[in-house]
Design a protein around this ligand. Structure first.
Ligand SMILES: [Fe+2]
Length: 199
């Protein structure tokens, strides 16, 4: 990314409202698989903000928004991934914490390290959420009865969801100071509610 400062502190507390976020999401993201992934990460972020951080509705929406938009530019502008959405949110004068969190969701790709719990959790949810969803798709019961052991087994199988970086999952858990098993349990319990796109 070539920089580490994002947004303007003067914009603290500014967010896109749900309608603005949905409009952007629908205009930019056409791929249903990516839409589902972004909804899943948004739901995990919101759930974490509510349950683990004890944030109120406004605080939860900040986290949800970061999850909802973190891959917004991946579908149509993969070569500008992360840069385009960040510039858009800066233009809209969105809270710098949200912009920084999005900028830091792939430190190995974008060279930006999270400076908030929001950013650390976004990174920690991103890849593991995808692997767990891939696992649900191959299980007859989906998320039903899925356990931590099964997920860990899939993590060890390098050919399963081969695009999911195991190194990044381990790195993200360490940076967020979450125990892998606890994190898997949290994702399974929350993600089941967002296993298909709303019709
Ligand atoms: Fe993602």
């Amino acid at each position: 990314m070539g920089r580490s400062e994002f947004g303007d502190v003067a914009n603290k507390g500014n967010v896109l409202n749900k309608q603005e976020a949905e409009t952007l999401f629908n205009e930019w993201v056409k791929n249903p698989k990516l839409q589902l992934h972004m909804h899943q990460v948004a739901h995990l972020m919101k759930s974490w903000a509510a349950e683990k951080e004890g944030l109120n509705e406004a605080g939860q929406w900040n986290w949800e928004l970061a999850g909802l938009l973190h891959d917004a530019d991946w579908d149509q502008w993969p070569e500008q991934h992360c840069k385009k959405i960040i510039e858009y949110l800066e233009e809209k004068q969105v809270d710098p914490e949200i912009i920084h969190a999005i900028a830091s969701h792939g430190p190995n790709h974008f060279g930006v390290v999270a400076n908030s719990t929001m950013g650390k959790m976004l990174y920690a949810f991103d890849e593991l959420s995808g692997l767990i969803h891939a696992y649900a798709l191959m299980r007859p019961g989906g998320y039903e009865g899925m356990d931590i052991k099964g997920v860990k087994k899939r993590l060890k199988e390098k050919t399963f969801a081969a695009g999911v970086s195991r190194e990044e999952i381990a790195d993200a858990c360490e940076r967020a100071a979450v125990v892998l098993e606890d994190h898997i349990r949290f994702i399974i319990s929350k993600q089941a509610a967002v296993s298909t796109l709303p019709l």
